[in-house]
Ligand binder design. Structure first.
Ligand code: HEM
Length: 389
């Protein structure tokens, strides 16, 4: 029996006894100098930072103020998101991640999600500007562009969208259009592990429940085969389907079967990974799948919340890309962007291709209903639970 709350899974160490108890910090000091609202927030700088280009060249365009403020607000939120992501990255950039730390990680990622939701809603404020109002100052902005939002690129890279995973135009775009200093900063970041890579490592470190007396994945394969055979039977005996529809459905089922096969065959999996069908490593994907299947087991609760939060972050980022692309279509039609891209067309493409945690979405393919899941042996169940001696 494990001692009072002890090591349960190699990569997730829980120690509430002894030296790892929460410790109080030093006593908080009292402030000596009075704090003044405007000084504390540096409002002179923040509120003095809206310079209209249109005013410089002629009459001030009323909507340019909105355009600047909305962008500035975004940049402030990007700063906060980076603050959270960097703290999460620091936590995962260690050999072990303790459960207390995982609690903070999930909490921080939840905060990121709330900020993303707010950022997505802000598009509607920008859209209160009509395309014609935008035209009254747009030409003064050339060649500045959202491509040059270094914080946005930092955020993408930190999450795991490195150069190799970007669509072609995006691969060169931000490197061609930036100052040497900004380019060097991003290139340096590209050489560091992203959250995606760190989470992949962390998941890969989890034992895959193969003991002498129990091979979970063998049981899983058997249950999956039975489920897929049932599906085959359901399709083949469906009188409502035309010959063509039946052929199509069976073809899709065959593709699903091949993906399942790859799950249990590392070499096949690597082939599909080379074709970009998967991005997570084989071990990491299996661990994530196990966590999702048995998410109600106490030990998997936080890892499950982590996977769910990363899925949500990817979804919210994709929603932002889509809403931004729609706004651009509304403002520009098919005109090219000030940064030289094809505008709406390019941005729409990034919504489909610049995905990061897609495997966490596609994993639903491999989920089995609870009723079909193999019963875990007692020894394994005990390892996954918390027990008081
Ligand atoms: C009238 C409003 C807007 C228009 C017409 C517009 C237009 C565009 C266009 C055409 C691009 C593609 C690059 C290019 O060729 O310039 C782009 C990229 C971008 N825009 Fe906007 N934008 C608007 C508002 C915003 C706002 C409010 C933000 C918030 C920060 C933003 C952030 C970005 C970012 C980060 C990119 C790079 C996206 C990527 O590379 O995937 N844009 N924008």
């Amino acid at each position: 029996m494990y001692s009072l709350y002890s090591v349960v899974v190699e990569s997730t160490v829980i120690e509430l006894n002894g030296s790892n108890q929460y410790k109080g910090g030093n006593k908080m000091k009292k402030n000596i100098e009075p704090c003044y609202y405007g000084d504390y927030l540096h409002l002179d700088k923040v509120l003095g930072a809206q310079e209209l280009q249109s005013e410089k060249y002629g009459d001030a365009a009323h909507e340019e103020m909105l355009f600047i403020i909305v962008h500035q607000v975004y940049e402030l939120w990007f700063k906060q998101v980076l603050h959270e992501l960097n703290a999460v990255i620091d936590t995962f950039n260690q050999e072990t991640v303790k459960d207390q730390q995982l609690t903070s990680v999930v909490h921080r990622l939840q905060r990121v999600i709330q900020i993303q939701k707010l950022m997505n809603d802000q598009i509607a404020i920008m859209e209160t500007m009509t395309p014609q109002q935008f035209l009254s100052f747009r030409d003064y902005l050339v060649p500045a562009s959202g491509f040059q939002s270094i914080q946005f690129k930092r955020l993408e890279i930190a999450l795991g969208l490195k150069r190799d995973f970007r669509i072609d135009f995006d691969k060169q775009s931000f490197y061609n259009r930036l100052t040497d200093k900004d380019r060097a900063l991003l290139e340096n970041l590209e050489s560091k592990p992203s959250l995606f890579e760190l989470v992949d490592n962390w998941l890969s470190r989890m034992p895959l429940l193969k003991t002498e007396e129990f091979d979970f994945w063998q049981y899983y394969k058997k249950a999956a085969d039975e489920m897929l055979d049932d599906d085959h039977q359901t399709i083949s005996s469906n009188d409502m389907l035309s010959e063509n529809e039946m052929r199509q459905e069976l073809k899709e089922l065959q593709a699903t079967k091949e993906n399942f096969d790859a799950l249990f065959d590392e070499a096949k999996f690597e082939n599909l990974r080379n074709e970009s069908k998967f991005r997570l490593s084989h071990k990491a994907l299996l661990s994530a799948l196990f966590i999702k299947q048995y998410s109600e087991e106490p030990i998997f609760n936080l890892p499950f919340q982590l996977i769910t939060a990363l899925t949500e972050i990817d979804e919210q980022l994709t929603i932002w890309r889509y809403r931004h692309a729609m706004m651009v279509q509304r403002m520009l039609g098919t005109k090219i962007g000030t940064g030289g891209s094809s505008g709406h067309h390019y941005l729409k493409k990034t919504t489909e291709s610049n995905r990061i945690y897609l495997d966490f979405f596609n994993m639903a393919t491999f989920l089995l209903p609870k009723s079909a899941l193999p019963e875990l042996p007692e020894i394994v169940r005990r390892r996954l639970g918390f027990y008081l001696q």
